[in-house]
Design a protein around this ligand. Structure first.
Ligand code: NAD
Ligand code: DAU
Length: 353
């Protein structure tokens, strides 16, 4: 029976993960969701689990050491799954500092509290003995590897070469996780996944933004020539991959999680327009993202061969389901696209929604 601390559980992937885990795994004794509820955190995502007696929500900051320590003391976690982050590349270009404090300092705070709580002899700096079965899992990204040309794929041994303030902050966090494993022997895993899509994704990211704008006949802002390639992973396949690592992963290892779905942005935008019966004339090419990574592609041989995980969704099936979800949840879309989001949108794109 696990006692989990999940950070950032009110965001896109975290909320899918909590629903996935509580829906499928009876051996969860307790799951505490620590989330600051920034613009990206939304408790509406978690309505289906809010009355589950195993689930508890705490609004708070991962950088607040006293709070994190208090939660460990109170709940006795044996597992940390760390999603909380500033996650949007475009925001990191205009506000890099926030990304460094949340993504780097926040990660180090969690690692440090977990180390001190889980160590059997915390006062002994040479001791590498921990309570049995404890694990800290860092949810990272393929963006830490930088960009690919036409050929090749990222493996777990590809050197880190991040290009944006966001990816640099995630790579820094990964290196700190590694350091806590090497120096203190803390049991850790790092997962690096490709672009996720699915329900509850905030409409600042490509797929939900384009669905949203197409639905309301707004321009669809495509950066540069739109021929950048991402390797799309359905969020539920990602959740299953994280569970596979928690259950079967080798301590200290990094696992890439990718969907084997390389698509150019323009191809996706056209597919969305077609499925919604909207004209291609809504596509509006806008100035390219500074430092825009041209292509990502994940080699997922390690997780498929060592842990037996593989993606279950085809892109066609996943996209049809995702578009359906947004159509069926227009209330959710309206709530997250009001207020602050409107201001952000105007600043970022110089367009009216
Ligand atoms: P998201 O932006 O949707 O959610 C982030 C969540 O973290 C929000 O609920 C927010 O309130 C919370 N948060 C932010 N700062 C916090 C703080 N200081 N303390 C506590 N909570 C805080 O992000 P997402 O898309 O769900 O991504 C989750 C994780 O997965 C991130 O670490 C991200 O880097 C990684 N990742 C995402 C993708 C993707 O395609 N979305 C791909 C690879 C990796
Ligand atoms: O690869 C994993 C990463 O995927 C995660 O680590 C990040 O948290 C997540 O945000 C995502 O980063 P990207 O920058 O790849 O995702 P985004 O949805 O912002 O953009 C996807 C592609 O679409 C990218 O090439 C930029 C382009 N794009 C994006 C937006 C928002 C556009 O052309 N127009 C847009 O308006």
């Amino acid at each position: 029976m696990r006692k989990l601390l999940v950070t950032g559980g009110a965001g896109f992937i975290g909320s899918n993960f909590i629903q996935y885990l509580l829906g499928r795994k009876q051996e969860i004794e307790l799951l505490v969701n620590l989330d600051l509820l920034t613009y990206a955190g939304n408790l509406e995502n978690l309505k289906s689990v809010e009355h589950d007696p195993r689930y508890c929500f705490i609004q708070g900051d991962i950088r607040n050491r006293a709070l994190v320590r208090k939660l460990f003391d109170e709940y006795g976690f044996d597992t940390v799954v760390h999603f909380a982050a500033e996650s949007h590349v475009d925001r990191s270009i205009v506000e890099p500092e926030l990304f460094l404090t949340t993504n780097i300092v926040g990660t180090q705070t969690l690692l440090d509290v977990a180390k001190n709580y889980w160590k059997i002899h915390p006062e002994d700096k040479y001791s590498r003995e921990y309570r049995p079965g404890v694990i800290y899992l860092q949810v990272s990204t393929d963006e830490v590897y930088g960009a690919l040309g036409r050929n090749g794929m990222f493996t777990e041994t590809t050197p880190l070469a991040p290009n944006s303030p966001y990816s640099a902050s995630k790579a820094s966090a990964d290196l700190i996780v590694r350091a806590y494993h090497e120096t203190y022997g803390l049991p850790v895993n790092i997962t690096r996944c490709s672009n996720n899509y699915g329900s509850y994704q905030f409409p600042e990211k490509l797929i939900p933004l384009m669905i949203h704008n197409a639905l309301y006949d707004k321009p669809l802002p495509v950066y540069g020539d739109g021929m950048q390639i991402r390797d799309w992973l359905h969020v539920k396949d990602h959740c299953a991959g994280i569970v596979a690592v928690l259950e079967k992963g080798e301590v200290g290892e990094v696992y890439n999680i990718g969907g084997n779905n390389e698509k150019a942005n323009l191809e996706i935008v056209r597919q969305i327009l077609k499925e919604l019966g909207k004209p291609d004339s809504l596509i509006t090419h806008v100035q390219d993202r500074p430092g825009h990574d041209r292509r990502y592609a994940i080699d997922n041989t390690k997780i498929t061969t060592h842990l037996g995980w593989k993606p279950s969704y085809t892109f066609e099936q996943g996209m049809a389901e995702t578009i359906r979800w947004y159509l069926d949840n227009l209330d959710w879309v309206e709530h997250v696209t009001s207020g602050e989001y409107q201001k952000y949108y105007r600043k970022m794109y110089l367009l009216d929604t």
